[in-house]
Design a protein around this ligand. Structure first.
Ligand code: ATP
Ligand code: LTN
Length: 340
């Protein structure tokens, strides 16, 4: 049997996910998972680049694991694991750091945005974030990386680093391709439709969280910022309505043209209610399933432990190759690390 190509992606356990994360990432993970050997990580080391409240990271890591499962990611078919459980990620980051230039990192849009947002904590991890992401991807000889549009620049760096390393030390890494869905790759804020919907927005009305119940979802859509010309059409000068149309079509499977026709002559109030109902009908069962799974921490621990074991086997194959290529003395034995 022909071996399947590798797909890798990750999400940070940095809070409750929004429908932006769902449409831009998880929904595509689910769609693609059986066509590839899929590996889905929880990027917990990435999350440390921003200050975390006491206990939040642990809680959010369980939350995200349960959400992955509730959204249909299959822990037998795919590999689900926490990045910090496979030390090879941190190890390869160090090696890649030695071929990365500071200028490549300081000009990253996300670094600039996050530096403005967290002025009191502009740390080296925040700057090195894309190199850790490159290590995540390159360790698995990844072919395809499903991501939202905002991560395109980071994926480009992963490709550059793979090519640079291969040129300098000989063929080692596969050069990965990004997979950015054509629609809903960038879901916008409900309060400021010119900005990306973000789970860390201070205004909770700006995003729909995967934890919002039906009433909350409908109320938030009712308040969504639109415009005053009362036409439900997709157009650059109508960012609010266009965003709602994008969300509606992504959740119903309809095309923009079909949706425009459906709401022709209708008012914004009707339209917003229909968008809310469409979103709630998908989110509601996921939230309930997630909460059921979340109650069983032993099960979640087992899923992550099995995933880490399977991931490590692949990751260390690459890391050993890398260590050899850069000229380090080979490790002659595995060491048993005491975990408790
Ligand atoms: P934060 O909002 O806290 O900065 P984030 O949600 O942007 O975090 P991640 O949790 O790491 O960052 O994102 C996980 C995935 O969700 C990535 O593939 C990212 O591209 C995608 N994503 C994030 N926001 C959106 C959005 N508004 N629309 C579409 N995809 C998104
Ligand atoms: N930086 C990503 C999360 C992430 C990721 C990855 C995505 C970390 N490592 C590897 C794809 C592949 C984000 O979405 N903010």
């Amino acid at each position: 049997m022909e071996e399947k190509k590798i797909l890798f992606s990750a999400i940070q356990p940095s809070g409750i996910l929004t429908i932006g994360n769902y449409l831009g990432a998880i929904k595509n993970f689910k769609k693609l998972q059986s066509d590839y050997q899929s590996i889905f990580a929880l990027a917990d080391l990435h999350t440390l680049t921003v200050k975390q409240e006491q206990g939040a990271l642990k809680r959010n890591t369980y939350e995200l694991t349960a959400l992955y499962l509730a959204c249909g990611l299959d822990p037998e078919q795919s590999i689900l694991f926490a990045q910090s459980h496979v030390p090879a990620h941190a190890e390869l980051t160090w090696i890649l750091n030695t071929i990365t230039y500071p200028g490549e990192l300081s000009r990253m849009t996300q670094f600039k945005d996050k530096s403005l947002k967290h002025e009191d904590n502009i740390n080296m991890g925040l700057m090195d974030y894309p190199v850790l992401m490159a290590a995540d991807i390159l360790l698995y000889q990844t072919e395809l990386v499903p991501i939202g549009a905002d991560q395109k620049q980071h994926l480009e760096l992963s490709r550059d680093l793979a090519i640079r390393f291969n040129n300098r030390f000989g063929e080692t890494f596969k050069v990965p391709e990004g997979y950015i869905a054509k629609s809903a790759a960038r879901v916008m804020s409900l309060a400021e439709p010119e900005r990306k919907m973000s789970k860390s927005d201070a205004n909770v009305n700006a995003f729909i969280s995967m934890d919002d119940d039906t009433d909350t979802i409908i109320r938030k859509f009712k308040r969504a910022v639109t415009d005053s010309d009362n036409k439900i059409i997709y157009a650059d000068e109508k960012p609010g309505i266009s965003n709602l149309l994008t969300i509606y079509t992504a959740f119903t499977g309809k095309t923009i043209e079909e949706a425009e026709k459906e709401f022709d002559g209708k008012g914004y109030g009707d339209f917003k209610l229909k968008v809310g109902e469409a979103v709630a009908s998908v989110i509601d069962p996921i939230r309930q399933e997630k909460n059921k799974i979340l109650a069983d921490k032993d099960y979640l621990d087992t899923v992550l432990a099995n995933g880490a074991e399977r991931a490590a086997r692949i990751a260390y194959r690459t890391l050993n190759k890398v260590y050899k290529k850069v000229g380090l003395l080979p490790r002659k034995r595995g060491y048993n690390v005491r975990l408790r």
